[in-house]
Design a protein around this ligand. Structure first.
Ligand SMILES: [Zn+2]
Length: 93
């Protein structure tokens, strides 16, 4: 049986840095390895280029997102607000 059943990938840190931080790292790293899909061509070939900048290895498109996650709860929320505002403006015209 694996010794790192609970801590997963953060088992490499041993007992260092404190359990809360290790749990947070695990959450982020799990998402990094979960292969998010490209919003343009839907291929799971997304790489993090820089903080908040992501690009697709297949079609080469770049897009913004969260610093360490492709999409954040905040990002989804702000997209929804933008869409609603756009609709409101279209109605006014
Ligand atoms: Zn793509």
């Amino acid at each position: 049986m694996s010794k790192t059943k609970k801590v997963g990938i953060t088992g490499r840190y041993g007992a260092r840095y404190g359990t809360t931080i290790r749990k947070r790292v695990k959450k982020i790293e799990d998402q990094l390895h979960s292969n998010p899909k490209c919003p343009k061509c839907f291929t799971p070939a997304i790489k993090r280029k820089s903080t908040g900048i992501w690009y697709c290895k297949k079609c080469g498109c770049e897009f913004t997102g969260g610093s360490y996650q492709m999409e954040t709860q905040r990002g989804i929320e702000s997209k929804r607000i933008t869409k609603r505002k756009q609709r409101e403006l279209e109605i006014e015209e």
